[in-house]
Design a protein around this ligand. Structure first.
Ligand code: HH2
Length: 263
């Protein structure tokens, strides 16, 4: 899944694709590089982000979705708002990538796929003090309950996503990745997004011996390592900014997974 952020303030590429023509061209490039899905979003959900008004989010995403879906590309909408999800589906999106995991009944009503991503709290404050007794069990429990409710309501396809960085400390993120097999074992298809995220910057900063975090544009290796780990654990989709590099990694790890399955 390739990321198309039609936002002025996304943490990794904010402002680069706020012009619809540039966002559409970027989506085409990601598809040509091998993305199966183009994930179009009009609201940054980075820690501390301020919410975007519904009409502004609609203005950003609808023309981009219409154009890309009109070229027969598979488009998902990355949103937390029901009205945006509904308008996006009318514009041609066929997957609601729901970073609040609250729109399962909307996906069921519209007959489109739903990705339920776990988040604790709201973006503005979610990183203030994330707390879990057992992060893996709690995230799995919440996602499975919501996924089964959406399937029972008639959603045709439901994905689950641990929501790396959404109300989670670096230790919580690492625990969720280390135990990704427990999400895969639910039998629901798993989607994971680690691309360019802060915990990678922190890990890479430490291993370089440098104080602090490596910058967002220097996290490619960390993004690839975690995407590859996720695929090896059985995740069926990874959400990434660097599609070409990730597709290459996927081909290599995919060849090994096929070999192991055949052995
Ligand atoms: N992460 C982000 C946004 N949407 N959707 C899913 N399913 N999983 C994720 O991990 C996920 C997501 C955050 O990344 P990005 O879109 O690059 O940043 P921003 O929220 O600043 O636009």
């Amino acid at each position: 899944m390739g990321v198309v952020n039609v936002t002025p303030d996304s943490f990794s590429d904010g402002g680069r694709f706020i012009d619809p023509a540039r966002a559409i061209a970027h989506g085409r490039e990601l598809a040509a590089a091998g993305a199966d899905w183009l994930d179009v979003g009009g609201e940054s959900t980075r820690p501390g982000a301020t919410p975007v008004a519904e009409d502004e989010e609609l203005r950003r995403v609808v023309p981009v979705i219409e154009a890309l879906a009109g070229e027969d590309l598979a488009v998902s909408v990355d949103t937390r708002k029901e009205a945006v999800a509904r308008a996006a589906v009318r514009a041609g999106a066929t997957l609601i990538n729901d970073v609040g995991a609250r729109l399962g009944s909307v996906a069921a009503d519209l007959g489109v796929a739903w990705a339920a991503m776990h988040a604790q709290g709201e973006p503005a404050t979610m990183q203030d003090a994330p707390q879990y007794d057992d992060v893996v069990a709690e995230v799995r429990g919440e996602l499975v309950a919501r996924a089964h409710a959406a399937l029972a309501a008639g959603a045709p396809e439901v994905w689950i996503d641990p929501g790396i960085g959404f109300g989670k400390t670096h230790a919580h993120n690492l625990a969720l990745l280390a135990h990704l097999d427990e999400l895969v074992a639910t039998g629901l298809p798993v989607l994971v997004g680690t691309s360019r995220k802060g915990f990678l910057g922190a890990i890479l900063g430490r291993s370089d011996g440098a104080a602090g975090s490596v910058p967002v544009d220097d996290r490619l290796e960390g993004s690839l390592a975690t995407a590859t780990w996720a695929m090896a654990c059985g995740a069926r989709m990874v959400r990434v900014h660097d599609v070409r590099a990730t597709v290459h990694a996927a081909r290599v790890i995919g060849a090994q997974i096929t070999k192991r399955a055949a052995a």
